[in-house]
Ligand binder design. Structure first.
Ligand code: AMP
Ligand code: ZN
Length: 113
């Protein structure tokens, strides 16, 4: 999608600090980290929100969570703990409308709002 920030990151038109990439998924550091580790995981295919991933593509979510496991281990937060979350639409505070998973860790996190 031409007017999407994360599609531009995938295309290399906007720089990012990549931590993982394959044919389907890109993971990169959040520009405004909420903890010592804050990584975003995105499908390379554009879906605006979690609601927009069709049933046929749901295995992608499983694949993303597999990469989350791997990166949590590599960044050393797998045992100390981390939070994985997906914001969806207005009440969640979603800002970027290309579905993404946050991985936040490296410190004690506060309670969920
Ligand atoms: P959300 O509120 O779930 O839509 O989160 C969007 C996230 O994208 C925020 O945590 C932002 O800090 C992050 N973000 C925005 N622009 C960039 C960028 N150019 N590179 C990396 N992360 C970004
Ligand atoms: Zn996009």
């Amino acid at each position: 999608m031409t007017d999407c920030l994360f599609c531009k990151i995938i295309a290399g038109e906007i720089p990012s600090e990549k931590v993982y990439e394959d044919d389907d998924i890109l993971a990169f550091k959040d520009i405004a980290p909420k903890g010592p580790v804050h990584i975003l995981f995105i499908p390379k295919k554009h879906y605006a929100t979690l609601n927009d991933i069709p049933e046929a593509d749901l295995p992608l979510i499983s694949k993303i969570h597999g990469i989350v496991q791997k990166i949590a281990k590599e960044t050393g937060v797998d045992q100390t703990g981390y939070r994985t979350l997906v914001n969806t639409n207005k009440n969640s505070g979603q800002i970027v409308f290309h579905v993404h998973w946050h991985l936040i860790g490296g410190k004690k996190l506060g309670p969920m709002a």
